[in-house]
Write a protein that binds this ligand. Structure first.
Ligand code: IVH
Length: 483
């Protein structure tokens, strides 16, 4: 076999193994064997740069760094969906669909509305490009980043032109992991899965995108009529057989009442799914009817997105405590009776500043409504006034720093500790100095900064470089050892 043939064969095998592992979740070889084949391929490609291919399985760890994304004009406009917020909105939609089609009962396909980023894939046997929606007419070429998602096929078994659209998303686990790393580095967290997916796909360094644990589901076969497919449900099956990952959580429903039951079931189920959904998409199954329905400027009339209402719960505001930031800014924080909302337990929420608390008319001991902004960051909506007993205590803003007792200075709505030697400020600045966007000192997160400061291993940033003087004391601490 020639080198060229060996490379082609290795690539084909590795693609097949990617498909088995990432799409079917059913690998036929073990990791060691996969790594061995990959190493063999990488070596051959290095020795024979003339056979380089951007679609090779070896390129799927990223590496290309761009200074901007190329523009891509969509062959067909990438549409968005109209929204429904209640069962009655769904019944109105159904009525319009029945009126236009002249049919008594409509078959719908109900699918998860994944909170990610819409992406279009264009193939001619091999993947030509992957692009974002952009303004619907022109998007950005994000092929290299999308190829780091190993469930996305780089080649198909058919050579015909084909366009598929779907959603790239960040599974809950990946988002929690990424936000943990961001918190440790003192960086702002991603407020929701969509921002996280969009931020990752728009990374100019594809090696970073590759570390983000993204995945994708494909839900729309744009030119399925070229393959004589009449029903949307069938087109999804064809996508399956072509090697695309489609979401098995979907249902063909006879009539809108079946859709409404599915929506109810899904409202319960959503917190157990490994990815965030913000609603259910409902599509008319018979695509032969689509031309009759037509389109508004931005949305088709044959589909609608039911959006879940944000989940709101009540709990008790037990106390308000204060934290001191690096700049000395004092933040009041709500201490809550732990309560489950949108899939996780909440016991703290920021109250921003004195004015925020006054505007919301919050008292300590109040029952309060809690929700999660973008389903991630807990937020106090308002107190439950009817539940007041008269025993609630009014909130009084502190006048001195809770850590160093320095009198606070008020600037607009905010209070500051202006003592540059305040231990809380020192710890926060050491931690900030060590964070990823600054000196990127691995391991020196908020907890360690506080621990070392309290042990007097350092008092300020300069002392970080003399930590070696405390080697013995550090090793003596729990969780530390010699390296
Ligand atoms: S169909 C013309 N199906 O939701 C039909 N969209 O708010 C195009 N989305 O832009 C969309 N899950 O990015 C469709 N199962 C699903 C979806 C879905 C998520 C996104 C998509 C769309 C947005 C509309």
């Amino acid at each position: 076999m020639s080198v060229k043939e060996t490379i082609a064969q290795l690539r084909a095998s590795l693609e097949k193994y990617n498909y088995e592992y990432y799409v079917l979740d059913n690998p036929s070889i073990d990791d060691a064997e996969y790594d061995r084949l990959m190493q063999q391929l990488i070596l051959l490609e290095k020795e024979h740069p003339e056979y380089y291919s951007s679609l090779s399985p070896s390129q799927r760890v990223g590496g290309l760094v761009q200074d901007k994304f190329k523009e891509v004009k969509h062959k067909r406009q990438m549409l968005s969906l109209a929204n429904a917020f209640s069962d009655d909105d769904l019944r109105d939609f159904d009525k319009k669909v029945r009126d236009i089609s002249g049919l008594k009962k409509i078959t719908y396909v109900a699918e998860m509305k994944i909170d990610g980023l819409g992406i279009s894939l264009v193939y001619q046997g091999a993947l030509q490009y992957a692009s974002t929606r952009g303004d619907g007419v022109v998007g950005e070429d994000v092929t290299t980043n999308v190829l780091t998602i190993k469930s996305v096929p780089s080649h198909l078994k058919i050579k015909e032109d084909l366009e598929v659209r779907g959603e790239v998303f960040m599974p809950k686990k990946s988002l929690a992991h990424l936000n943990r790393i961001k918190a440790e580095a003192g960086e702002p967290l991603f407020a929701n899965a969509r921002n996280a997916a969009a931020g990752s796909i728009r990374q100019l360094d594809s090696a970073i995108a590759a570390t983000r644990g993204l995945d994708a589901y494909w839900y729309y076969f744009v030119n399925s009529s070229d393959f004589n497919i009449r029903f949307h449900s069938e087109s999804l099956k064809m996508l399956d057989s072509l090697g695309f990952k489609t979401n098995p959580e979907r249902r063909v429903c006879q009539g809108i009442e079946e859709v409404i039951s599915y929506v109810k079931e899904s409202t319960e189920k959503r917190h157990h799914l490994p990815y965030d959904i913000d609603g259910i998409v409902i599509k008319v199954d018979d695509m032969a009817l689509y031309d009759k329905f037509g389109y508004t400027a931005k949305t088709p009339r044959w589909a609608i997105a039911y959006k879940f209402p944000p989940e709101v719960v009540t709990t008790k505001l037990k106390d308000i405590i204060f934290t001191v930031g690096r700049t000395g800014k004092i933040t009041p924080n709500a201490v809550l009776d732990p309560v489950r909302v949108a899939g996780s337990v909440v016991q703290r929420a920021t109250l921003h500043n004195e004015d925020f608390i006054a505007e919301k008319n919050l008292m300590i001991g109040d029952f309060v409504f809690i929700r999660k902004a973008g389903d991630v960051i807990p937020e106090i909506v308002k107190p439950v006034i009817e539940k007041r007993t008269g025993l609630e205590k009014p909130f009084v803003m502190i006048t001195n720093c809770p850590v160093c007792t320095e009198p606070l200075k008020k600037i607009e709505a905010m209070h500051f500790c202006v003592n540059p030697f305040c231990p809380a400020r020192q710890i926060e600045s050491i931690f900030h100095f060590a964070s990823r966007n600054a000196m990127d000192i691995e391991g020196l997160g908020e907890r360690v900064a506080e621990q070392f400061f309290n042990q007097a291993f350092f008092k300020n940033i300069v002392d970080i470089y003399d930590l070696k003087n405390h080697r013995e004391q550090i090793i003596a601490l729990d969780g530390w050892q010699k390296k």
